[in-house]
Design a protein. Structure first.
Lengths: 347, 77
């Protein structure tokens, strides 16, 4: 009896990878999903930090897709390995700091490693020719297959009919005639196929799957690198870029200001690592200081903290200052006026 | 045997990843008690358990902490 062949499917949580996996499941292939967590994944985060987002329950779409398909899902943390992709992308960035082509090659390469370690036969992705301006073009899709080392072991079921034969098709494990020839940015063929399968409530594309494609986020990351004088980051750094108002009043330090109770609670988890401020005489935000600050800088940070609290119009506000070395003291300050806070400070 | 995992102050999907990695080291029938602070784990860990063949024994919340007890299934090995 011929053994059942096994494929590992890259599952992002979006519709395309869901459909690609489903097409291959229909061909009696055993499929398990793999999802890579880089720290920048929008789909992965189900933590609603801000108060206003709490009323909208979030789900991990990759897990949801796996459950709909009835397949196992392996979530693999690649935060450290992924740094080199973000910092030194061989193929450069997209519109912001998104290294899409390098990223896709990296993920397929990691899938190849997983496939070999787990004795699977081939890899499938939900890529569609022309769907993305950088990583999913007719001329760049072979680059992903080649540089990842997957070569003919990489099958893209949604556009396979427009691509050369892959190993799974040559071996007869997969019937090419039952695969698709989708092309371009039009989503109608995918939506029609989803309807055919009865898939409802799938994740809608909303600005990409990665924070690095977001202009504001990318600006904050570029500022982080410029402020520290080196292109590097830790997981906590890239988490904090998603939270609060970020202001850089001086080149050598920036402030992260909680915008509501949810963000203040989140920032509280970082108070042992940062000099931080909050108003004692009035309600107000928790503020973290990232960088080096002398006495004048600390006073300026206290005045800004006062500006964002309920005491913004008061003559004096008492600010509690907690230095990174554990020292605590109170500073009585006058809140900074909006005119003294140029727009360039805001990141 | 009951094992414990501290996933406090981690944002999803990290509690799921830590749970997954810990379960790989356990035997079928073992129990794992995961302590989290991210409410997203209340949805994500049970979903991950369902698709990977593990059973949620109990979920409880105390002082802003969530404790999820999982019984390791055969598929997890």
């Amino acid at each position: 009896m011929t053994p059942q062949r096994k494929a590992v499917a890259l599952i992002s949580g979006g519709l395309d990878s869901m459909l690609a996996a489903r097409l291959i499941l229909d061909q009696n292939i055993h499929i398990e999903g793999i999802n890579f967590y880089t720290g920048f994944c929008v789909e992965g985060h189900t933590h609603a930090i801000r108060n206003k987002d709490r009323s909208k329950p979030k789900r991990n779409n990759a897990l949801w897709v796996a459950e709909q398909l009835g397949i196992r899902l392996h979530i693999v943390e690649v935060i450290d390995e992924y740094k080199d992709i973000v910092i030194n992308p061989k193929h450069g960035y997209g519109a912001n700091l998104n290294p899409c082509l390098d990223c896709k090659g990296f993920m397929v390469r990691k899938a190849v490693e997983w496939m070999r370690e787990n004795d699977f036969d081939f890899i499938i992705t939900g890529e569609v020719i022309g769907q993305r301006p950088k990583s999913q073009r007719r001329d760049t899709m072979p680059v992903v297959a080649r540089e990842s080392g997957a070569d003919e072991l990489l099958l893209r079921p949604l556009c396979a009919k427009l691509l050369p034969l892959t190993h799974a098709e040559k071996e007869g494990w997969v019937d090419r005639e039952k695969l698709m020839g989708f092309n371009g940015r039009n989503r109608k063929p995918q939506m029609a196929l989803a309807a055919q399968y009865g898939f409802k409530d799938y994740a809608q594309p909303a600005g990409g799957c990665c924070f690095l494609t977001d202009e504001n986020y990318a600006r904050r990351l570029a500022d982080l690198w410029a402020g520290r004088g080196q292109r590097d980051y830790e997981l906590d750094d890239i988490m904090l870029l998603k939270v609060g108002r970020h202001l850089r009043p001086r080149p050598h330090f920036k402030l992260i200001v909680g915008r509501d109770e949810g963000e203040n609670n989140f920032l509280r988890g970082y108070t042992t690592r940062f000099t931080h401020f909050y108003a004692k005489s009035h309600l107000g935000p928790l503020v973290l200081l990232d960088g080096e600050a002398d006495k004048r800088d600390v006073r300026l940070a206290a005045e800004i903290t006062a500006r964002f609290g309920k005491g913004r119009n008061a003559d004096k506000v008492v600010i509690s200052v907690h230095e990174q070395n554990g020292e605590e003291r109170d500073l009585t300050v006058t809140p900074l006026t909006p005119e003294c806070m140029p727009q360039e400070w805001y990141l | 045997m009951t094992h414990r995992l501290d996933a406090r102050n981690l944002i999803c999907p990290m509690p799921v990843i830590r749970t997954q990695d810990k379960i790989k080291t356990l035997a079928t029938g073992d129990r794992l008690e995961v302590t989290c602070t991210d409410p997203g784990a209340l949805n994500d860990i049970p979903t991950w358990c369902r698709i990977n063949g593990h059973r949620i024994v109990q979920t409880r919340s105390k002082n802003h902490e969530i404790v999820i007890t999982i019984e390791v299934g055969a598929l997890g090995q």
